[in-house]
Design a protein around this ligand. Structure first.
Ligand code: DCC
Length: 219
């Protein structure tokens, strides 16, 4: 695939970095992401007084200033090196540098894709339960990933139909997605989200291998 074929919005950054250096960089940033995520949760649940809130805000502004002395613009995009590694650490579902992303952890399985996560206070919708929008994101991402692995290229959600079966309580949850059928560039993917209460939501989605990523004979 050449740069000319990629749409203008597809930000791609090529970096001269080895796999070892990338692992070191990941080890540097992931703890920061986890701490920012924890900060969000603590801010929701904190009951400290106004002086403590003012002091915390000072520290947060100081941290922002330090991090802001050197920043990229726009979005993180897709970074690649010449060994074929690709990393999209800004991704809203799994990005290593994205504290907004739920802490989804991909677990290798033979049949499709499995993600595990422990959802805390920052993901609440109905009191004590996971917000339906986050449920949609998890089902979407896990399904997209399953299609991506099978299609060996970027697959986009065309249609996603979700059935919310019962409230998804905050706490540990597991998503399992698998490709049910594939026809040319189109994948029908099913996904379930489960907690200790059983399956709480399920989806069926049509995912399409992007036109600009298809080999000529696949179009
Ligand atoms: C390290 C990295 C890891 C990365 C791992 C990342 C996983 C991330 C997963 C997240 C997924 C997202 O959120 S993606 C973001 C949300 N989605 C989007 O923004 C998509 C916006 N829509 C589009 O870009 C487009 O409409 C597409 C790509 C969906 C389809 O356009 P197209 O490529 O021109 O499709 P086309 O050739 O005409 O059709 C191919 C086949 O798909 C069918 N089809 C076309 N559109 C749809 C549709 N909306 N719903 C159902 N089916 C459709 C057609 O009928 C046809 O079926 P037939 O005739 O062959 O039977």
């Amino acid at each position: 695939m050449s740069n000319e074929q990629r749409p203008v919005w597809h930000k791609r950054v090529t970096e001269a970095i080895s796999a070892d250096e990338l692992a070191e960089r990941e080890a540097l940033w992931v703890p920061l992401t986890e701490e920012v995520r924890e900060l969000v949760s603590t801010a929701i649940l904190s009951e400290v007084d106004e002086h403590a809130v003012a002091l915390a805000r000072q520290h947060i502004r100081a941290a922002q200033e330090i991090l802001g002395t050197k920043v990229d613009t726009g979005s993180f995009g897709m970074h690649v090196n010449d060994e074929g590694l690709a990393w999209n650490w800004g991704n809203a579902a799994t990005g290593q540098k994205n504290a907004v992303a739920p802490p989804l952890c991909q677990v290798p399985i033979a049949d499709g894709v499995r993600y595990e996560a422990d959802f805390g206070a920052g993901y609440e919708g109905p009191p004590g339960c996971l917000h339906g929008g986050w449920i949609a994101l998890i089902l979407d991402h896990a399904s997209g990933r399953a299609a991506h692995l099978e299609g060996n290229g970027p697959t986009f959600t065309g249609t996603l139909t979700i059935r919310y079966l019962q409230p998804t309580r905050l706490g540990p949850a597991v998503a399992h997605a698998w490709v049910e059928t594939r026809t040319a560039n189109k994948f029908v993917v099913r996904c379930t989200l489960s907690t200790e209460d059983g399956v709480t939501a399920e989806s069926e989605g049509v995912f399409v291998l992007a036109r600009w990523a298809r080999k000529p004979q696949e179009d």
